[in-house]
Design a protein around this ligand. Structure first.
Ligand code: PMP
Length: 435
């Protein structure tokens, strides 16, 4: 394959791809190679990847052990589908049962987070005989008709005929509290909103509540410590199931625990996963209890779901996370990153409104003194950081959150580089504004 230079590639991309598939950068590099925490463009220039292919490269690009497992599996058996007996899918399901909290011990495999959420909602509806679903404002749950309606963010909801039966509760967004409270005087109004929504926007008998433990696309929005316990109490009172969408927070990203929701000491009825589970190969999974799964549809198939290549790779990813103690690293290095960002916040209080997250699921919300979101400034800082060789993500309903979610094996030295580059980009932006 002849490599195109970035201008030629950009032109060709614009000609042949849907215009709705947006690029992060106005001047995008053409990435041709990845190794560990680094990406390389067509000129050989190195970039520190602090976004991990949108929170997907969990153990570093082309990790030698993981890649070897993938290659061996590709050369041995790539596909049969779930109607035939193959071992990699079963081995992965066994591993997921081992790491999942409580009685979650059976898996259904898909190719993406969207499909995993679709399958989880379907199971919830069948298991409860109910239909309505509660999701949170500012959430992101996927691209399909149902998952886009679950999503509480208009940028991803262009469909003006939403799926039926879905309502949204306020999210636990302390920096911009929907109830104008502060964490010390709020009495968890956001959690209580779930009950208000059940009482006023549903039949009183919804099937399921779905939430990301930390909202990813929403901008690393991290609920207070008691939030999910309070929500769980309300759900129990109304017989409502709970799906933890761990597409971003799963596989140890938040440090300490395999799954983000465990940071809140709460047991979900289902967990959905994707992204980082196979370090970039397409995969999705729903994990549920045997009791719940017995109420599943009579027959279910997903042609590529649980394919031997993605399954063997995912199991290798989980093993590497254990062997290389990457959860511990996510916690230590993540705290180091947040400390560094909070230092920057002190230096630029008119630009950085809040730093939040857990482990390596980190966001910095850019806002002025009056909390006005600084979207253009955020885009500028992301672009300048890339020009200086560091890839950082962007998100939030207002497009004003820097998202720092690197591979779990980043080092303190990588964080120092990131902070240095960010500081330069912020300094320059503080001087000239969004220009
Ligand atoms: N849930 C969450 C929390 C996500 O962040 C995403 C992807 N950004 C999805 C679901 C959808 O996953 P996919 O793009 O693999 O369909």
């Amino acid at each position: 394959m002849a490599l195109l230079n970035r201008e030629e590639l950009k032109k060709k991309r614009d000609k042949y791809l849907f215009t709705s598939v947006k690029q992060l950068y106005s001047e995008p590099p053409h990435f041709v190679k990845g190794k560990g925490q680094f990406l390389y463009d067509e000129t050989g220039r190195e970039y520190l990847d602090m976004f991990g292919g949108i929170v997907t490269i969990s153990v570093g690009h082309c990790h030698p052990k993981v890649t070897q497992v993938t290659v061996e599996q590709v050369q041995t058996l790539q596909h049969t589908s779930t109607v035939f007996l193959t071992q990699p899918m079963v081995d992965l399901a066994e591993k997921l049962a081992e790491i999942a909290p409580g009685d979650l011990n059976k898996s259904f495999f898909t190719n993406s987070g969207t499909e995993a959420n679709e399958a989880a909602v379907k199971l919830a509806r069948l298991a409860t005989g109910r239909n309505e679903v509660i999701a949170l404002q500012h959430s992101y749950h996927g691209e399909s008709h149902l998952a886009a309606t679950l999503t509480g963010n208009h940028h991803y909801r262009s469909d003006n005929m939403p799926a039926a039966g879905i309502v949204h509760a306020a999210n636990a967004y302390c920096y911009r509290c929907p109830f104008k409270k502060t964490p010390d005087n709020c009495a968890l109004e956001c959690a209580k909103d779930v009950e208000r929504v059940i009482q006023t926007q549903t039949s009183g008998k919804p099937a399921v509540f779905i939430a990301e433990p930390i909202q990813g696309v929403g901008g690393a929005i991290t609920p207070p410590d008691e939030y999910f316990k309070e929500v769980k109490k309300i759900l129990a009172n109304y017989g409502v199931l709970f799906i933890a969408d761990e597409v971003q927070t799963g596989v140890g990203r938040t440090g300490k625990h395999w799954f983000g929701i465990s940071n809140w000491g709460v047991q979900p009825d289902m967990i959905t996963m994707a992204k980082g589970l196979a370090n970039g190969l397409p995969i999705g999974a729903v994990i549920a209890s045997t009791e719940l799964v017995e109420k599943a549809p009579k027959q279910q198939i997903n042609t590529f779901g649980g394919n031997p290549v993605s399954s063997a790779t995912a199991k290798a990813v989980l093993e590497v996370i254990e062997e290389e103690k990457l959860m511990e690293n996510a916690l230590t290095v993540g705290n180091y990153l947040m400390d560094g960002l909070r230092d920057l916040q002190k230096q630029f209080p008119d630009l950085i409104g809040e730093v939040r997250g857990k482990g390596l699921m980190v966001g910095a919300e850019l806002a002025d003194k009056d909390k006005n979101p600084l979207a253009a400034e955020t885009a500028r800082i992301v672009e300048l950081s890339k020009d200086d060789g560091v890839v950082i993500g962007k998100g939030g309903l207002y497009g004003n959150v820097l998202r720092v979610k690197p591979p779990l094996n980043v080092t303190k030295e990588n964080i120092d580089t990131t902070l240095k580059v960010l500081k330069k980009a912020i300094e320059s932006t503080a001087k000239v504004g969004a220009k």
